[in-house]
Design a protein around this ligand. Structure first.
Ligand SMILES: N[C@@H](CCC(=O)N[C@@H](CS)C(=O)NCC(=O)O)C(=O)O
Length: 196
């Protein structure tokens, strides 16, 4: 299998999520770093590939795809040895999709609202309202995890790899809400899974 190219920046949760999905599914990846701190995503060469200038971006034989969730779905559909990571059963798949959209439209948005001003705008404090907003969303996540072992059922799927909500961010989130015991348990499960 020839490798796919992933434009990646390790500080980015979505980008790490796409890379984890590729590794879990077993797709060889050529990683090309796009350094957001140096604004490399705004170079003409990258804008030609992705005018929306975001990472992760996947390139495979001239086919270009961005958004970590879309990338994970594509890789799982195309390269998954079975349907464990992205179930074919309609209801199971719908639940995975719902969790992916939750990650994209809610979790990522709340985390970005906190991280972006600190990383790029010189902010040094986290506003209480932003913490409260994130805690509300984390509460939904706790509810999902109290009903099932993994984010979308009783076995791991690409919904567990979403860059905004996995073990990767647990230690940062812990500083915001220490009593997230379910998140802690989940982060251990994810770290112990052989795919990582
Ligand atoms: N929903 C997208 C978010 C992608 C995104 O916003 N990436 C950020 C880094 S976390 C980025 O590339 N920012 C640089 C820019 O937009 O110029 C995904 O899941 O891939």
């Amino acid at each position: 299998m020839s490798p796919v190219k992933l434009y990646h920046f390790p500080f980015s949760g979505p980008s790490r999520g796409a890379l984890m999905a590729a590794r879990a599914i077993g797709v060889p990846v050529d990683v090309e770093i796009v350094d957001l701190f140096k604004k490399e995503q705004m170079k003409d060469s990258f804008l030609k590939i992705n005018p929306q200038h975001c990472i992760p971006t996947l390139e495979e034989d001239g086919f270009v795809l961005w958004d970590s969730h879309a990338i994970a779905c594509y890789l799982a559909d195309k390269y998954g040895k079975d349907d464990q990571w992205y179930p074919k059963d309609l209801k199971q798949r719908a639940l995975v999709n719902q969790r992916l959209y939750f990650d994209s439209s809610s979790m990522y948005v709340k985390i970005r609202a906190i991280c972006y001003p600190i990383l790029f705008l010189g902010e040094t404090q986290i506003k209480e309202a932003l913490k409260d907003d994130l805690n509300t969303t984390l509460g939904f996540m706790e509810q999902f995890l109290s009903d099932s072992k993994w984010v979308a059922g009783n076995s791991p799927t690409i919904a567990d790899l979403g860059g905004s909500k996995t073990a990767q961010n647990y230690h940062a989130l812990q500083k915001i809400k220490r009593e997230l015991l379910l998140m802690e348990k989940q982060s251990k499960k994810i770290s112990n899974n052989k795919a990582y």
